[in-house]
Write a protein that binds this ligand. Structure first.
Ligand code: XIL
Length: 348
């Protein structure tokens, strides 16, 4: 007769959540406010996440499409949901070159506004938004995607920079600090963990510090591919920021398993991801999370979405794809990526 095993079993999955497994670290999801109307999505959000980022609703275009008219309703729904479920809210974002109304930094001909006018628009936006969300948002991505992808250019060429000058980044931080001294202030960017771009982000951290503005953390977006960048390259990136004594946040994590060749099939996995790719994706998530949790400076890990049904990677960088980057599939079933993510968090 078989004797019952005395090996302790893992707790049944339904009792283990990402937010409890993450311990004192925040584990977040970016969501659109419509997700709150979907009971399956809302239940996953409430169960597994301790922090929410508005995927679009707090961007300048959605908060102030017309000069002087602020529309906070959709963002407020996310804030309310978070409050009801004991979640922190991350503000994304105050100054960015996309999803920003043209009037903020350009005249009707598309020419840069005079510096004074552009600064006034930036200041007014930041003050109104921070006043509205005071006490409700833990921290803001004050400037998003500030440094250039080009090795011979430091700051990205953007409407804000063309109108104001290189100090637009410092100004945005100063306005945010004035508007709400209690809110955390972040600089957020993509690929700054990569060798080719990291130096410019480190320089920006230095310059913000020398300007005497408060920078509470650097946000690393982490929109990664199946095999690139290598874990070693990301680790070099994290170490370089760590060496500056700055807190870090992984702010927009996802892993794109589809080929990015523009001629590639938009939906190569019609019957779902084959096991081999599923396992490869799960191992990639496991390796990333195992790396991240080795860094105490990483205070938050946020996924850019919940279910493959709604991910920006269905439309980026190629429109109309059927993608599979996240932890829940299109029917809201947890994928092997979920188990891998959870196990890597629990291993700490
Ligand atoms: C994306 C959203 O996910 C999409 O829904 C929207 O259409 C475009 O923006 N880096 C960022 C995010 O900082 O704000 C972007 O979000 C994804 C890339």
């Amino acid at each position: 007769m078989m004797t019952p095993s005395t090996t302790p079993h893992r707790k049944p999955l339904e009792h283990v959540t990402l937010r409890t497994a993450a311990g004192s670290r925040l584990v977040g999801a970016a969501i659109m406010s419509q997700a709150l109307d979907d009971p399956q999505a809302a239940s996953i959000l409430a169960t597994h996440f301790s922090s929410l980022t508005a995927e679009n609703e707090m961007k300048p275009l959605l908060l102030q499409r017309e000069k002087g008219t602020f529309t906070f309703e959709e963002a407020d729904r996310i804030v309310d949901f978070a409050r009801r479920h004991g979640q922190q809210v991350i503000g994304h974002t105050l100054c960015w070159h996309q999803q920003t109304p043209a009037w903020m930094f350009e005249d009707v001909q598309g020419q840069p506004l005079p510096r004074r006018d552009a600064l006034e628009n930036l200041r007014t936006h930041i003050h109104a938004v921070l006043r509205h969300f005071r006490g409700k948002v833990k921290g803001w991505d004050v400037v998003n995607e500030a440094v250039s992808d080009k090795s011979d250019e430091y700051l990205r060429d953007t409407p804000a920079r063309r109108a104001i000058g290189d100090d637009y980044v410092i100004k945005a931080f100063e306005y945010a600090q004035d508007a709400d001294p209690g809110v955390e202030l972040y600089y957020n960017d993509y690929s700054i963990d990569y060798d080719y771009k990291r130096g410019r982000a480190l320089r920006l951290v230095e310059e913000l510090r020398s300007a005497g503005v408060r920078l509470d953390a650097v946000g690393i977006q982490a929109h990664h591919l199946l095999t690139s960048p290598s874990i070693e390259e990301i680790e070099r990136g994290l170490r370089a920021f760590d060496a500056m004594g700055i807190k870090l946040m992984i702010t927009e994590l996802d892993v794109d398993p589809l080929p990015r060749d523009p001629a590639a099939d938009l939906d190569p996995y019609r019957d779902g991801l084959p096991d081999a790719v599923q396992q490869q994706l799960a191992s990639r998530y496991a390796a990333l999370i195992r790396l991240f949790v080795r860094f105490p400076s990483i205070e938050r890990i946020t996924l850019w979405g919940v279910s493959d049904r709604k991910t920006w990677l269905n439309n980026f960088p190629i429109r109309g794809r059927t993608n599979h980057p996240l932890l829940w599939d299109r029917r809201y079933q947890p994928k092997p990526t979920f188990d891998a993510f959870l196990a890597a968090l629990e291993a700490v």
